[in-house]
Every structure is written in structure tokens, then in C-alpha cells.
Design a protein around this ligand. Sequence first.
Ligand SMILES: [Zn+2]
Length: 305
Amino acid sequence: MFANTKTLLQKAQKQGYAIGHFNINNMEIVQGVINAANQTNSPIILAVSEGAIEYAGLNYLLNLAQTAAKNSKVPIAFHLDHGKDLNIIKKCINAGFSSVMFDGSHLPFEQNIKITKQIVQHAHKRGISVEAEIGTIGGAEDKVSSRKIIYTDPKQAKEFVQKTGCDFLAVAIGTSHGPNKFEGPAKLRLDILQEIQKQIKIPLVLHGASGVPNNLVTIAKKYGATLPKVVGVPNDQIKKAIKLGICKINTDTDLRLAFDAGVRKSIQTHPSDIDPRHILAPARDLITQVVTERITTFGSKNKAK
Ligand SMILES: [Zn+2]
């Protein structure tokens, strides 16, 4: 019932656009994302992190995603983001996820190869595709954190893909998780991406790629959020990265920001209204808005068929 992630990404690769991966934690986020996918007629990847599974429970999230897929006219894939715990990865494979990520980027290179390869063999038997990572994406989000960006080495990337058989690869080209993505100019190392693209043919994945749009930061701050020095990846950089082989773009921070802005605004503008539906509905709408903008930037609009 879920779409096959690999099939979606290979089609995107061929036609030169990217599929949005959006992290979900609760029902309103799922609905906000799915409304945008349906309105724009775009394929989409719903993703859960180990932190999301810990918060909401695997079955709740799985059932939300299944309900979303059943009630949508667009292809929806379901993906484990940054899997590190082998038990959780196996549970997700057995539960019928479309794809899982094994993040062994913190491990020595040879060990990352060894474990990734084992997971690939296990997942492929069940028709599930695997995302892997080499290099280090900066910043902190959920259970994943790293102070320093270590750029992906293109030659190592080639060896890694050959030896593991992974289906798509997350590369480190200067992005960071969280809302503070750049200390200097907001630029990606597109030169490194170009070298990686020359070396390997599988779809590439960009993490830490939220745009941190001004309109959302403004609402959140107006209603009390403290967000110093927030900066996202500019849309022109995203578009250039897509031209150089990025086919899957992960977005979490923008959804958090939309949710935060919506909730803060409803609570402060209607202090006597304690109905959770009235508090959360505007947050859901802001998520739909920001996901629609992302899908437009990625070029996956009207690519559902
Ligand atoms: Zn990530």
C-alpha cells in the first residue's frame, strides 16, 4: 500500500526533480503534510525518526501513515530516518516500511560498510530499500547530533556504494540539522556534490535542508519564540543541488517551525479558548502551506502519476 521509495527516487532522478521527505510525529503533522501532497498532486515520503517512535509509538505512527496512504490519490512512501538501533531497524522492516535509513556515519568507514551491507541484504529480501550515510551532517536534531561537518569524500562514496549495495546515499555537503544551518554564507559545497555525482549513479539525499522561511520565523518570534541567528538553505541552492543529483530532500525543522508558530499564535490571540482543536488547526494549516512551498521548489508538483 505504501509506495516504493526506490521507484519514486529513480523516476525523480531521471526527470530531474526531488521528492520531499517530511518528518512526522503526530496526527496534525501527518494531515498537514498529506493535504499539501494531495493539493499539489505530488508523491511524498513520510518519515519517522527513532525519537518520533519513542514519543508516539511505532504502531500509532504506522497506522497514521497507512490511513494517509489509503485516503490519498498520490504515492506515499514510509521511511525510517536515521536508524541507529538495529532492533528498531528490524522492527520497521518487518512492519512493512518502504525504506529504512541506517546511519553509520559516526562509525569507522569499514564498520559502516559492514553493518550497512548486512542491513541492505536483510531489507532487500523483503523488497525494502536502504538509505545510508557517509560524511557528517552538522547540527543537532532528535537523537542525531554532530558539532562538525565532515564533507563526504567522493571516492569513498563510490567505494561505499559498491561494497554495501545501498539504494540511496545521504551526503554531507555543508548542511546542518536544526534551525541554525550556517555561521558564514548560506552556501552548499556544490563542487563536492558534482564530484560525488560523477562517481556514483544512485539517487543522492540531502539532510538538514529546511529553508527556515522568514514568514514563519516572524510569526513564531512575534508570539514569544526565541530564535537567534536562524538561517536555512536558500531555495536557489536547493535547486542547484537537485540539478547535481539530489533526489530526496529531508525537511523537519520547517515543520517544527510551522507547528510552533501556529500554536503560539492561537494561544496568544485567543487566551480564553482552551479547545485543543482550535489550538492545533492553525498549526496544521501552516504545515500545509510550508510543505506546498517545499514541493514547488523541489519540482515534484503534478508528478504523482
Ligand atoms: Zn538527517
